[in-house]
Ligand binder design. Sequence first.
Ligand code: UTP
Length: 302
Amino acid sequence: MADYQPVLKAVVPAAGLGTRFLPATKATPKEMLPVVDKPAIQYVVEEAVSAGLHDVLMITGRSKRSIEDHFDRAYELEEALRAKGDEQRLAAVRESSDLATMHYVRQGDPRGLGHAVHCARGHVGNEPFAVLLGDDMIDARDKLLTRMIEVRQRYGGSVVALQEVAPDQVSSYGCAAITGTDEDDVVRITDLVEKPSVEEAPSNWIIIGRYVCDPAVFDVLEKTPPGRGGEIQLTDALRTLADTPAEEGGGVYGVKFRGRRYDTGNKLEYLRTVVQFASERDDLAPEFMPWLREFVARHDAS
Ligand code: UTP
């Protein structure tokens, strides 16, 4: 195995406008919307920590102060809970502030995911790093990021996460042209096509919100012009890296993910996620599930 630098830092872009969730996201970031009783972004930070990344940089923007407050201590609240002897809620409140070493940088203008990632350059420096989208959740039982870091340690370059979708869904996502490696779940990326038509799609594998990037991505992003939607796209920079020699930090690999993913930036998926998480909670499921069954039966009958 080549001797690559370890991946120690996580970057979580959370500066997007969240227009699909308006008006809820007028003053609240979509990453703070709760999945049962925890904001989506806390699950994302927990995932980074469980993959060994304890240094987390959030890319925030306008009206994102609640994210910083959420990962900070809340002394008054803690005091009030302590005075009441409510140890359980006190532990829940402390959990998010004790999770990781948090850092913040503001994006200013949300000029796209690629631009958000470029804002991390000063903090990340010349090291490989992970990117976890703040509204995209991977089930804690499925160790995708850990596997992606292993792949980076073995092959170098950058690594994207891929999920297989039905052919008619490909046109909503970034789609990868792939060739196999000697590992079942690892492919080499030969091209990336943003939102291809069904006929143009090189495969059924789409890119989802986890990346491990070589620091070479920063120089490429600097030269990447705005693409789809006038935004600087991370996908465009990765396409350039797929064509760049390994000695210059190039090469892009994909990990085929067959686990559970929850895209909470999309209303329908968000609703499904909340219901699924509630159905697995010991404190809620015994009452929630019978209600849900009855609700659906009543709904179908009418
Ligand atoms: P999305 O593509 O979901 O964009 O970004 P968005 O603008 O937040 O949401 P909609 O489409 O308007 O509803 C994917 C991730 O990248 C971040 C977002 O916060 C989200 O976590 N992002 C996007 C940035 O940090 N900066 C940007 O300029 C764009």
